[in-house]
Design a protein. Structure first.
Length: 216
């Protein structure tokens, strides 16, 4: 009971990151419940009858629901303000050849290996290195405005992750399940590993967390 798999994804279609590949993974897991990185408002729009979704996840889940009857819930409900987001990654792209190389390599691996890459330690290490370059570049160029935005966005994502986990535990308390799936962006994989351990230790409801492809 209460087995939940965290699957890292990329919201845009790119090479082997596409609805067909994601559908195979969901069908392999066969979850009773799917938790989505969406707010309530966006969720209502996407799953209205005549809306044509744009993200890989929404396209896939809409197709999956035509064949399988599963519950699915939006869990990303922490409010996002435009002022909390980093506004100019282009300045780092223009100023760091290593950053450009990492981005291009990330896209190459995403195209070739799709979800296998997104759910790997290699992807985590690449994203970590990119964040270090961002912070180092902004500090060295003394761009206080963008550095503050970068730190604010990082804090925002931490709050979003806490909210998503809170919502998952809430819904899990309302609806018993054998297998659940939580699909979210690859940048959340590393922090969610630590946060789920903390929740496991402190929450009375015990969920068994698994991260897709962790042992491969």
């Amino acid at each position: 009971m209460f087995n939940i798999t965290v699957l890292s994804s990329f919201h845009k279609m790119y090479g082997k990151c596409n609805p067909g590949e994601l559908y195979k993974i969901i069908e392999e897991i066969r979850p009773n419940i799917i938790f989505e990185e969406l707010s309530h408002e966006v969720f209502k729009v996407i799953y209205s009858f005549d809306y044509q979704p744009q993200t890989v996840e929404a396209i896939t889940i809409k197709n999956y629901l035509q064949k399988y009857s599963v519950k699915h819930f939006p869990v990303d409900n922490y409010p996002i303000k435009e002022t909390d987001l980093f506004s100019d990654a282009q300045i780092i792209w223009d100023g760091s050849s290593e950053y450009r190389d990492l981005w291009n390599n990330k896209l190459l691996r995403l195209s070739q290996d799709g979800y296998k890459f997104l759910n790997s330690n290699e992807c985590i290490e690449m994203l970590d290195r990119m964040r270090i370059i961002e912070e180092t570049f902004l500090t060295q160029t003394n761009n206080v405005k963008l550095l503050n935005e970068h730190r604010t966005e990082k804090a925002l994502h931490e709050k979003r992750e806490n909210e998503m986990l809170r919502a998952i535990y809430y819904y899990s308390g309302q609806y018993a399940f054998d297998k659940a799936l939580f699909i979210c962006g690859a940048e959340h994989r590393k922090p969610l590993r630590q946060k789920t351990k903390e929740y496991e230790a402190n929450e009375p409801l015990k969920l068994k967390w698994t991260f897709y492809n962790d042992n491969q």
